[in-house]
Design a protein around this ligand. Structure first.
Ligand code: ZN
Length: 159
């Protein structure tokens, strides 16, 4: 496994629409392993393949029970709404308030090629939306209701 370099805002990779995965190859398995390790190392809530320079529809999300791998994820159901804090490993030191569904159900494929669904609430729901947005070239800053000021960010971080 390896820790991958996370590309930052301004990199054109983050603005591209990613291609679906049509076959689970050893390379895809390696990418999933590396993305998991990179997510843990970066202390993030989620990571999408374009953030590590790969234009495929793959994301990993750190949920309570562990990291869930999402291949070709699609949101199939949403419920409620929330306006909460969001940040991104590719947009360091920037935080904003986004409007998202409170509960999100995603259908995706796992590394064994099996289709499954997973439901997340609160942070998990925001994270599903955020990571799937990445696969279509969108950053949270595009849709943030409000971007916090540097003072507000410092307060959140307890500085
Ligand atoms: Zn992000």
């Amino acid at each position: 496994m390896a820790i991958l370099n996370i590309v930052k805002e301004g990199d054109p990779t983050l603005r591209k629409v990613c291609r679906p995965v049509t076959e689970i190859t050893p390379r895809i398995i390696q990418l999933l392993d590396d993305m998991q390790e990179t997510l843990i190392d970066s202390n993030g809530a989620g990571l999408a393949a374009p953030q590590v320079g790969i234009l495929r529809r793959i994301a990993v999300v750190d949920m309570e029970d562990g990291i869930v791998e999402l291949i070709n994820p699609e949101i199939i159901e949403t419920e409620g709404e929330q306006e909460e804090l969001e940040g991104c490993l590719s947009v360091p030191d920037v935080w904003g308030i986004t409007h998202r569904p409170a509960k999100v159900t995603v259908r995706a494929m796992n590394r064994n090629g099996e289709i499954f669904t997973v439901t997340g609430e609160d942070l998990d729901a925001r994270c599903f939306c955020h990571e799937i947005d990445h696969l279509d070239g969108h950053l949270f800053t595009d849709k943030a209701v409000r971007i916090l000021t540097p003072d507000e960010v410092a307060e959140i971080r307890g500085e």
